[in-house]
Design a binder for this molecule. Structure first.
Ligand SMILES: Nc1ncnc2c1ncn2[C@@H]1O[C@H](COP(=O)(O)OP(=O)(O)OP(=O)(O)O)[C@@H](O)[C@H]1O
Ligand SMILES: [Mg+2]
Length: 362
């Protein structure tokens, strides 16, 4: 059956996968996609990576936050040093200090020898505080000092140890709401929220689905020794009509399952898997939508005037009289494509070559 998305022949599959991985992995560690939202995200990654600034990665579950954290490390000057991930949701509060900072021999029952903590292990490199929003309030204080002063003590010692780490944190929680609810310390939030990066949900960048699907089919087909010639008609459209609450991880699961079940060389999916969450038109809220429209017009006008520049005296935030971070989050929530307003001199996707002196241009 004819398809708008033909796959390559079996012989070409491996080569094309290698090419795909090559062209993208070089720049982005296999971050696949070509939507304006993803390009703008990668541009931010390229700008912030070579700096030592703390980065806070926000986004729904399965959107690729860890992938982005690893890309930032890879394109930083610390790439030859360790990247240490700490899953803040998985450490019991009673062990957090010893886990993060290590302990001296005899510091507590069972501490038979000195143990290095995660911060020490990350020295010279990057520490990735994943699921930071899950950290219980009482343990947040433990992290605050090291984030603030880059200094800690091993459990059982009073000797401060300086540490040179770049901090990247990620969460799928709304930290500002958590601060308002008093479940996340505001001092910690402001320490982390130096350079926020919002990873868009898959439903906000449906244009990325064809490339992602092709990439994932090739990856899983290779793994199980299958090859597909084409994708069944309307498969992409069906996938694009789904809401993807689990984002790219959920898409991966659907493709992996389909590859395993597929017979023959036409790739297809069981539509039942992606029917339940089909997007329905949301009920209209005239006042809210007209406020949003007005906001959009004002933001777009300011961006046009500033040629896409957000911060600085002639940036859009100053023109609108609002903080840069507020403008960033409005741009993300209104899905405004900033790149439209940028002058040509700002190259896109040229991550390693990005002019790091130009940090004013997001
Ligand atoms: N743009 C992308 N291109 C290719 N693969 C991607 C992309 N984004 C995410 N993935 C893949 O999707 C999976 C989920 O990504 P990742 O673990 O980084 O998400 P996450 O945001 O950290 O999720 P969670 O909040 O659940 O921890 C990973 O296997 C990752 O490799
Ligand atoms: Mg994650």
């Amino acid at each position: 059956m004819a398809s708008a998305y033909p796959l390559r022949t079996a012989d070409e599959t491996t080569a094309s996968f290698a090419r795909l991985a090559q062209s993208r992995a070089d720049a982005t560690n296999e971050i696949v996609g070509e939507s304006p939202l993803l390009q703008s995200l990668l541009q931010q990654v390229g700008l912030v990576a070579p700096t030592d600034s703390t980065v806070l990665i926000l986004g729904e579950t399965g959107t690729g936050k860890e992938l982005i954290a690893r890309a930032i490390h890879r394109f930083s000057n610390r790439s030859s040093r360790p990247f240490i991930r700490v899953n803040c949701a998985a450490i019991p509060p009673s062990l957090i200090a010893s886990e993060l900072f290590g302990h001296e021999r005899g510091a507590f029952t069972g501490a038979l020898q000195r143990r290095q903590g995660r911060f020490e292990a990350a020295n010279g490199g990057t520490i990735f505080l994943d699921e930071i929003g899950e950290l219980p309030m009482e343990t947040q204080i433990t992290l605050l000092r090291v984030i603030q002063e880059r200094e800690f003590e091993r459990v059982g010692s009073s000797q401060p140890i300086p540490v040179d780490v770049r901090i990247i944190a990620a969460t799928n929680r709304d930290l500002e709401a958590a601060v308002a609810d008093r479940t996340f310390r505001s001092d910690m939030f402001y320490r982390l929220n130096v350079f926020p990066i919002h990873v868009p949900a898959l439903r906000e960048r449906l244009e990325d689905i064809p490339l992602l699907v092709e990439h994932l089919i090739e990856r899983f087909a290779k793994r199980v020794g299958k090859a597909f010639r084409t994708i069944k008609m309307n498969t992409i459209e069906t996938l694009q009509a789904y809401d993807w609450p689990g984002n790219i991880r959920e898409l991966q699961n659907v493709i992996e399952r389909s590859v395993i079940l597929a017979e023959g060389d036409v790739f297809s999916i069981d539509e039942g898997w992606v029917k339940r969450g089909l997007r329905r038109p949301r009920p209209t809220a005239p006042l809210i939508s007209s406020i949003a429209e007005r906001e959009r017009e004002m933001i777009e006008a300011a961006l046009a005037e500033s040629e896409g520049r957000i911060s600085g005296p002639s940036g859009a935030a100053a023109k609108l009289g609002i903080p840069r971070q507020t403008l960033d989050s409005k741009i993300a929530s209104l899905q405004i494509n900033k790149l439209r307003f940028k002058s040509r001199r700002n190259g896109m996707l040229a991550m390693p070559q990005v002019n790091t002196g130009d940090v004013d241009v997001d």
